[in-house]
Ligand binder design. Structure first.
Ligand SMILES: *Cc1c(COP(=O)(O)O)cnc(C)c1O
Length: 343
């Protein structure tokens, strides 16, 4: 029996259609700009995200870091949310590679207060670093897949714009936000200069992300990608499933959201577990286990014994992520097994 795997939406495998597209993809040398499938993916992503141009990158981390490298100079300060992926989970790359200083701002449900950003943008004082960039994250992973509202993004964009500080959006799960909010993804991206989206999470492609922005920005970003060793050759075999991801996998994210709510409701009904059910806006649920008296390690071991995988997130908090390979039936099965294990 395979595990019911709630660790992440990154575990989704390519569909048969993606496999076929990979084997049949027209390819060329992408470092020469000659891979027609990569070019098609980049044009499609740019259009969907409402930007002039786009760049296929190996991962979300590479997309975010290429963005920081392109927007900033060493010594600049990057304003970001205190529990953002760039701050917590990119191995210190912003410091190690771009030589920037990060300025974490604590948000509410992942959303920074525009007034806090206004205050954090540095004045012209000789002692200060330059404020080089504001980074937003939507949906916000650590906050439990929360959607940052279009209104909040708009307010932050205006505050940053007033001071000529660009805004980058880490949109690893931006399509989840758009589907949950019931608005076009461009409602969000209009309030960011650049955006990174992951093809390999809920959208189910095996590899890759796309960074989008102005034509001039992407031209420079392409050089940074090359410097980082991210210039690939016949990358069309990887871009082909990315095209299918963008064309066919966005609308179905609503199923993942429904399954996450179903799971959250079920978990919340199990004695010892608590979940902020109303706070489950997309495909991530955070389950609090304090009242079981179990450590994260013990709880994860208990899940594993029941054929279930999930991620320890914080002390006493376990993250469950729904995705294409988690059906409604599997959610029900998982709930029954967890109930049994805890009784
Ligand atoms: C997954 C993720 C990334 C990074 O993507 P990788 O492809 O794993 O490098 C960036 N930001 C957020 C919010 C993510 O969830």
């Amino acid at each position: 029996m395979p595990f019911i795997d709630f660790r992440s939406d990154t575990v989704t495998k390519p569909t048969p259609e993606m496999r076929r597209a990979m084997s049949e993809a027209e390819v060329g040398d992408d470092v020469y700009g000659e891979d027609p499938t990569v070019n098609r993916l980049e044009a499609l992503a740019a259009k969907m995200l409402g930007k002039e141009d786009a760049l296929f990158v190996t991962s979300g981390t590479q997309g975010n870091q290429v963005a920081i490298l392109t927007h900033c100079r060493p010594g600049d300060e990057v304003i970001l949310e205190a529990e953002s992926h760039i701050f917590l989970y990119e191995a210190g790359a912003a410091a190690a590679l771009a030589g920037v200083q990060t300025r974490p701002i604590r948000g509410t449900n992942g959303a920074m207060d525009p007034d806090d950003i206004k205050k954090a943008i540095r004045s012209d004082d000789i002692h200060h670093p330059w404020s080089g960039l504001v980074c937003l994250e939507n949906t916000h992973n650590k906050a439990g897949g929360k959607v940052i509202s279009v209104e909040t993004m708009k307010a932050i964009y205006h505050v940053a714009n007033e001071r000529s500080v660009p805004v980058h959006l880490d949109g690893a799960r931006l399509f989840n936000a758009a589907v949950a909010a019931g608005v076009p993804v461009t409602d969000f991206t209009q309030y960011a200069d650049t955006v990174q989206i992951c093809l390999s999470k809920g959208l189910s492609a095996p590899v890759g992300s796309v960074l989008a922005g102005s034509r001039a920005f992407i031209k420079e970003a392409r050089k940074w990608r090359k410097r980082l060793g991210g210039g690939l050759r016949q990358a069309g075999v990887l871009a082909a499933p990315g095209i299918i991801a963008l064309e066919t996998m966005v609308d179905r994210l609503a199923e993942d959201h429904a399954n996450a709510r179903l799971l959250a409701n079920g978990l919340a009904a199990i004695p010892g577990l608590s979940v902020d059910v109303d706070g489950v806006e997309t495909n991530i649920g955070l389950c609090h286990i304090h009242d079981t008296g179990l450590s994260n390690e013990a709880f994860i071991a208990l899940l594993k014994a029941a054929g279930i995988l999930a991620s320890p997130f914080d002390d006493g908090v376990i993250r469950f992520v729904t995705h294409r390979e988690i059906t409604t039936d599997l959610v029900q099965t998982a709930l029954e097994r967890i109930k049994q294990q805890l009784s």
